[in-house]
Design a protein around this ligand. Sequence first.
Ligand code: ATP
Ligand code: MG
Ligand code: MG
Length: 270
Amino acid sequence: WIQLGGHTGQFHVFFCCGTIMKLCDDKSLELNSYRKIQSDPMCNICPKFFHHVERNGQTYIELEDLLQYFTDPNVMDIKMGTRTFLESEVTNDTCRVDLYDKMIKICPKEPTEEEHGKKAVTKLRYMQFRERMSSTANLGFRIEAIRLQGQSPNNNLKTTRKRDEVMQFITEHFMKGNKLICEKFLRRLRHIKVCLESSEYFKSHEFIGSSLLFVYDELNEANVWLIDFAKTQSTPNMDHRKEWCCGNHEDGYLTGLDNIISVSLCVCVC
Ligand code: ATP
Ligand code: MG
Ligand code: MG
């Protein structure tokens, strides 16, 4: 089994029955999402959800292992949306030294003079910096991590930012110019779009930090699923394409999906 994102210890994989167990957060947002998705068109584009179990005071959800259908697969985790933090996570205007340190590691020139003076930045400032450094802000998605056949995962791609760079990376490095794979991905992405646009659940929730998991192998099996609903919460009348301003909760998910479809389309026709 291959885990691209998340923390180690978050998953238990049961190879015999084709399922994984994912640890839930305190509020069990992900468990609630999977429960509600079962009676929505979204259930066709997410891993199957079986049940939840309590173990040592912690809640786990048992999900379909999406990699079981593949042999030594190529896997890519694309984090969706133009916003990667919950509004409730950034109301705090405390300046943090740890986030300043992380910021200067990525880009020493980024902090303002005032921030350099304090050697600290707010969480909002840091998160928006990360969104601008990656393709999140301009494309509504970013390559979070990738694993190629026979190799170990690479999650050092968060500064791949420009449309051309992202496209080249996905088409040449991940899909290796394979048009058949690309067509399968494209067909599935269009199906995902139809499902989401007809989903009541999608319309009434913001999707923060959620991913599309792309998987294919040398037998030309290929598929894409939605995963990671740990920060998915109820918000009425979402558009998913409008720009975010604090209070409207917009996440830019469909903006990202439109863009990733157009990137895949370019590979197919090139
Ligand atoms: P983070 O919030 O840091 O992204 P997380 O702990 O919420 O991580 P996920 O994003 O759900 O965890 O999953 C982490 C990784 O585990 C994914 O990138 C993927 O590689 C793998 N993974 C998750 N769910 C499945 C699944 N159902 N089948 C196969 N692989 C999975
Ligand atoms: Mg994730
Ligand atoms: Mg997560």
